[in-house]
Design a protein around this ligand. Structure first.
Ligand SMILES: Cc1cc2nc3c(=O)[nH]c(=O)nc-3n(C[C@H](O)[C@H](O)[C@H](O)COP(=O)(O)OP(=O)(O)OC[C@H]3O[C@@H](n4cnc5c(N)ncnc54)[C@H](O)[C@@H]3O)c2cc1C
Ligand SMILES: C[S@@+](CC[C@H](N)C(=O)[O-])C[C@H]1O[C@@H](n2cnc3c(N)ncnc32)[C@H](O)[C@@H]1O
Length: 662
């Protein structure tokens, strides 16, 4: 879905007005006071923040608009001095303001300036789906979903007991925006609300009151703000008996334990440790080598960019959302003083042959992606951005660049250990896993045994050696990257260039030039034939560059193994119990997976994050965050449709469906 920005004007009082809806974003009288009165007070806040809970307090809003309600709530949360609980604010916006309009609209609130500046800084590009922003050192989360509220709420995963504590039912007046105030919205509120969850809204429209009552809410009509006579607020008294999550496992019946064991110290393992530590979870991380970043994540320079299709397919939406999330995560690490090597110097995807030129041309013409994510540049601009002659049109991903995964992993682990107890056990190769009545017993090659309730595999391509992960159709793919000495014109390269392979600006006197793609090969020796292949791929693809013929290597390279999947998507979630599911889903061929309301059997307390393929720098942070939310019953930063595309169960369900049909 393409996201259309809001069309707004500012009236004489300086209040933003949506021209299409002919309605104000907030009261002309005093928008801030109205927000506090209607939404905050009438949801029983801040009093409801007094009871400590390990789960975040979740507010869901219809219509983010200028973010005034969010900023006001965030400010109150900080002033409440609440320490024990996090605030998780979910908001949906169909027509996002541009960053410039947002800044102008928020300039009216001097008391909120500190908060507004942080929001404006992190405000995401207009990509459909969920953008998770974090503030107050992870105490305040904003999930800003771009899309229609009906689509977003219906696609929102929800634990059996509900997700939301309080709803801010905003949106333009029902008379000006009747499409939004639908029975479908009210029934989604009842599905997503926890028993006893509350709502408040500025309107007193009769059909809104009746719709909410029919959905299970008790509704009170109370005096409205300022000159408004009445408004509505209420409580979810009759939570509908919703079926579980369908046969896609999104949440477990009970949250994971407060101690977690991770196997693997690559990008997946380090991002998991970071996401768990932010929640105060105690971590034991085991890995086989002498230190972290020994596997695929040990490359000197990796390109950081999303793999986008011309149209926003599920896979490219995952890439785009993961990329922007990763960028915010990396910026936050740097901000917090955790340094790593790399440069956000932009990535050029060059149209080096007619087929690629047609692809980038049509991606630009379809304009499915916002310009601040990716934009088309002509031949001259391409050379200017590259810093050397690059006579091709290209797509430019301005926020991308290259990163040094080992130092990034180090920064993630350092930050994790500053937030929560983290013990890294290196030189421990996992050999055997035994199921216990209460968890798992791990045996390592050095004889050490370790018992745990919650176990996450982040074992990259070597996952194929672990019998418990046999059910996953993982495919190892060897790759060799050259470390070219910086030389001649090449030394002036200042953006990452992607053609059939990729080439990075120099770091420590060398450029990364990659890479080969040898399926099924797990060997990690450096091969002269692959160096020749990498060089000739560069010289053939970029044959129009006058400098390319003189490029030469000196045999320095690194080889490692990617972990890929048949559908090229990562694998993230609870580990399926194959034998049990073969019994459970015998009738799958007659029904859609979505129609079977039966939680699939998974191995208790066992999770997996792998299959990051060739884009781990882009996808690992969001995959880790989503997995941790799933483990602890928190709101998920991805909708169900995209979660299904990542679910470890997807292969098994497809197989069961196919075999039942035959
Ligand atoms: C040649 C090449 C070029 C690439 N270029 C890019 C790029 O430009 N941009 C990009 O984003 N991505 C790139 N990638 C992909 C990226 O490197 C991977 O997606 C990422 O590193 C995967 O991280 P991971 O943590 O899943 O796996 P790994 O980094 O392989 O980590 C797996 C970890 O598990 C441990 N482990 C495995 N089995 C056991 C066991 N039994 N016991 C104990 N420990 C175990 C390993 O020791 C290791 O620490 C490239 C990959 C290759 C191979
Ligand atoms: C009155 S404004 C919200 C003001 C906002 N809460 C604030 O604090 O600034 C209403 C918002 O709802 C959005 N909206 C309207 N219909 C929608 C829909 N169907 N789905 C999602 N958002 C919608 C509008 O684009 C607008 O931004």
């Amino acid at each position: 879905m393409k996201i259309t920005p809001a069309s707004i004007a500012f009236n004489q009082q300086g209040t933003p007005v949506a021209t299409e809806f002919d309605d104000v974003y907030f009261s002309n009288q005093d928008g801030l006071a109205e927000s506090h009165f209607v939404f905050f007070q009438h949801n029983g806040l801040p009093q409801r923040w007094q009871s400590p809970s390990s789960l975040p307090f979740v507010i869901a809003e219809t219509g983010f608009g200028t973010g005034l309600n969010f900023l006001q709530t965030w400010q109150q949360f900080v002033e409440s001095g609440q320490q024990a609980q996090a605030l998780h604010f979910i908001s949906v916006e169909k027509f996002p303001l541009t960053r410039a309009d947002l800044a102008q609209a928020l300039a009216s609130w001097p008391t909120l300036q500190g908060f507004a500046a942080q929001l404006i800084q992190q405000y995401p590009a207009a990509i459909a789906g969920c953008h998770r922003l974090e503030f107050e050192q992870g105490k305040v989360f904003l999930d800003l979903h771009f899309g229609d509220v009906d689509d977003i709420f219906s696609d929102m995963a929800c634990p059996p007991d509900g997700l939301v504590d309080a709803f801010y039912l905003d949106g333009f007046a029902p008379s000006k925006n009747p499409q939004m105030w639908s029975d479908s919205l009210f029934s989604h509120m009842a599905r997503l609300g926890k028993p006893g969850s509350t709502f408040a809204t500025f309107t007193a429209a009769g059909f809104v009151r009746r719709g909410l009552q029919a959905a299970g809410y008790s509704v009170d009509k109370v005096p409205g703000f300022g000159t408004k006579r009445e408004m509505l607020c209420g409580r979810l008294e009759n939570k509908p008996l919703t079926q579980s999550d369908s046969c896609w496992q999104r949440y477990q019946a009970k949250p994971a334990s407060k101690q977690v064991t991770i196997i693997g110290a690559g990008l997946a393992g380090a991002n998991l440790a970071h996401a768990l530590a932010k929640r105060g979870i105690e971590i034991n991380l085991f890995s086989q080598a002498e230190g972290a970043a020994d596997g695929a994540s040990g490359n000197l320079q990796g390109g950081f960019y999303p793999q986008l299709h011309v149209a926003p397919s599920h896979s490219s939406l995952i890439q785009a959302l993961a990329f922007t999330y990763a960028k915010r995560t990396y910026a936050c690490l740097l901000n917090d003083g955790y340094a790593f090597d790399g440069e956000f110097c932009g990535v050029l995807q060059v149209g080096f042959n007619p087929e690629q030129q047609a692809r980038i041309q049509s991606l630009a013409e379809r304009a499915s992606w916002p310009q601040d994510l990716v934009h088309w540049v002509d031949v001259d601009t391409c050379s200017e951005l590259a810093g050397i002659a690059m006579p091709y049109p290209a797509l430019f991903i301005r926020e991308g660049g290259w990163l040094n995964p080992p130092s990034l992993i180090d920064a993630l682990l350092q930050k994790a250990s500053s937030l929560s107890p983290l013990t890294c056990h290196y030189q421990h190769r996992l050999q055997h896993v035994e199921r216990l009545p209460q968890g798992w017993l791990l045996t390592f090659d050095n004889g050490v045994q370790h018992q745990c309730e919650t176990l996450v595999f982040a074992t990259g391509a070597e996952s194929i050696n672990l019998p418990l992960l046999n059910a996953l159709p993982l495919r190892p793919v060897r790759g060799q990257v050259e470390h070219l000495p910086s030389q001649g014109q090449l030394s002036k390269l200042r953006s990452v260039v992607c053609h059939k392979g990729y080439l990075t600006p120099a770091w420590q006197g060398r450029h990364a030039m990659g890479s080969t793609y040898t399926k099924g090969d797990m060997a990690r020796d450096v091969r002269g034939a692959e160096s020749d292949y990498n060089l000739s791929t560069l010289q053939t693809a970029l044959a129009d560059c006058d400098w390319v013929g003189e490029v030469h290597g000196d045999g320095q390279a690194r080889a490692s193994v990617r972990c890929t999947t048949p559908d090229h998507q990562p694998i993230m979630g609870a580990m399926p119990d194959v034998a049990a599911q073969q019994q459970q889903f015998q009738t799958l061929n007659q029904r859609k997976a979505e129609d079977i309301a039966l939680a699939p059997s998974t191995l208790p307390g066992m999770y997996v994050l792998t299959g990051l393929g060739s884009r781990g720098l882009c996808t690992a942070p969001l995959m880790a965050e989503a997995l941790v939310c799933q483990m602890y019953g928190e709101p998920l930063p991805l909708g169900q449709t995209l979660l299904n595309a990542l679910n470890p169960n997807r292969f098994l369900l497809r197989e069961l469906k196919k075999s039942a049909a035959n």
